[in-house]
Design a protein around this ligand. Structure first.
Ligand code: NDP
Ligand code: 13P
Length: 316
């Protein structure tokens, strides 16, 4: 059992990379626990070298497109060998299909890497509504340290030993959230939504298993939990993309007006590469891909899904 009091008695120096919606919310959560927090942005006045000099924890809340370049930049500065890296990005790198934690681990093979992911719509967290999340690592002491830094009466943090599983839950659900937005935008009803989300979870498990993730991880907060939050909330940018596609807008129009990042658009493309390389059926993701590429209309995507070959619910 961890002593929750130590979070005040032993403040940590935490650097958050990326002052977007999620980086800002996480910075506030660590700050209210009494930690010394520095929120770094490319637009800010502080250099990266200065902010990293005494960092005990470096948390990246950068969009997927910036992760590799920022990780390489961080590597060019001296760090304490004990520094813990935390990644909160929910995406996949197109060139390598790597997850963010795999990118950080490749750059920093001797440092502990912790994944932070869960049903965490940043706007609700900024409104001080209660939420729970997961911190996962192969290094349990590092995960427990991060758990203590962020845990509070409004943010409950669980540890987990399956970092890639936790990371992939948060990443793949973004594609299903686009589909859920389409489902609601077309007013297809509660039965259709339940079927979509449940079969979406099956696709998450299939892809996760290729990466070596544990199936049970996808039934926890970072998998099913985040899937439910994102597929049911108009606050989700990915859900908004799907909802607006259903109204007939083009992807270019939607992304031009979207506040912030919808990682599911890029993730969907990467998942299609993986599914083709590994011959893994992910029919919902495939229809989201065809819709994003304007190869089908929302109604045609629905018809394709409903008229697939009939089959058993589980593979024998
Ligand atoms: N918002 C949310 O509710 C949640 C978001 N996430 C995930 O967190 C990540 C960030 O999301 P969010 O904060 O909402 O997105 P925003 O669009 O609000 O912010 C994007 C962040 O990424 C940084 N960034 C973007 N491109 C680059 C680049 N090329 N190089 C360096 N930095 C870059 C920006 O840096 P800068 O500050 O320098 O401009 C900014 O901090 C995503 O992967 C998202 O899926 C996870 C959980 C919840
Ligand atoms: O990951 C999120 C909630 O857990 C945020 O979802 P969006 O990126 O779709 O807004």
């Amino acid at each position: 059992m961890t002593n929750r009091k130590s979070k005040i008695e032993n403040p940590k120096s935490v650097v958050i990379l990326g002052a977007g919606a999620w980086g800002t919310a996480l910075a506030n959560l660590a700050q209210i626990n009494g930690h010394q927090v520095c929120l770094w942005s490319r637009q800010g006045s502080q250099t990266l070298e200065t902010v990293l000099s005494d960092a005990e924890i470096i948390l990246s809340a950068i969009s997927m497109k910036g992760v590799s370049s920022v990780a390489a930049l961080v590597k060019s500065f001296p760090l304490s060998p004990e520094t813990i890296f935390v990644t909160a990005t929910k995406g996949l790198e197109p060139q390598t299909t790597s997850t963010p934690s795999q990118i950080w681990q490749t750059e920093f093979p001797h440092h502990p890497i912790v994944v932070l992911s869960g049903p965490n719509l940043s706007q609700e967290i900024e409104q001080e509504l209660p939420a729970a999340t997961v911190v996962a690592s192969k290094n349990m002491a590092a995960a427990q340290m991060v758990q203590l830094v962020f845990s509070s009466n409004r943010f409950r943090v669980y540890t987990n030993p399956d970092p890639v599983g936790v990371e992939l839950g948060g990443t793949i659900k973004n594609v299903i959230a686009i589909a859920a937005g389409v489902c609601d935008g077309l007013h297809l009803g509660t039965n259709a939504k339940a079927a979509l989300v449940t079969r979406g979870l099956t696709e998450m498990v299939r892809i996760g298993n290729i990466f070596g993730a544990k199936t049970e991880t996808f039934y926890g907060l970072s998998g099913l939990g985040d899937l439910l939050a994102t597929c049911n909330s108009p606050l989700s940018r990915n859900y908004q993309v799907g909802y607006q596609l259903a109204s007939g807008k083009t992807l270019i129009e939607i992304l031009a007006a979207l506040p912030g990042t919808a990682e599911g658009v890029n993730t969907c493309r990467v998942l299609m590469q993986i599914s083709q390389q590994q011959n893994i059926p992910i029919p919902i993701t495939e229809q989201v891909y065809r819709l994003l590429e304007a190869e089908v209309t929302p109604q045609e995507a629905l018809d394709e899904l409903m008229l697939r070959d009939i089959k058993p619910e589980y593979n024998q």
